[in-house]
Ligand binder design. Structure first.
Ligand SMILES: [Zn+2]
Length: 104
């Protein structure tokens, strides 16, 4: 009997992660994934000429988050430079809130 020559140990070339060089700046291990997503959103807002964003609280968010929502909207530029609160960043590290474009 002839053994079928099955090569199952193909080299795994795809490690699943392909970083966009544009966003690599936000891929620091110190920054939670949630914050990275929020920052990416901010960059998209910036590209779409959206100047301001509003904080959108998650259903179970903290008092600090509710305050952040109340105090908005914020400047997209300030969010990107760390001057305005961003979900997942700093004091909101464990936060699951999101952001949305603000009109006007
Ligand atoms: Zn939150």
């Amino acid at each position: 009997m002839e053994a079928a020559d099955t090569e199952e140990d193909e080299e795994e070339t795809s490690r699943g992660v392909a970083f966009d060089p544009d966003t690599t700046i936000f891929m620091s291990p110190k920054i939670p994934v949630h914050a990275q997503q929020a920052l990416r959103k901010l960059r998209e807002f910036s590209k779409q000429n959206v100047a301001r964003y509003t904080w959108v609280c998650a259903p179970d968010c903290s008092e600090a988050c509710k305050q952040a929502e109340t105090e908005g909207p914020y400047s997209v530029e300030e969010g990107l430079s760390g001057l305005a609160p961003v979900p997942g960043v700093g004091a909101y590290k464990t936060c699951k809130c999101t952001i949305a474009p603000a009109r006007g």
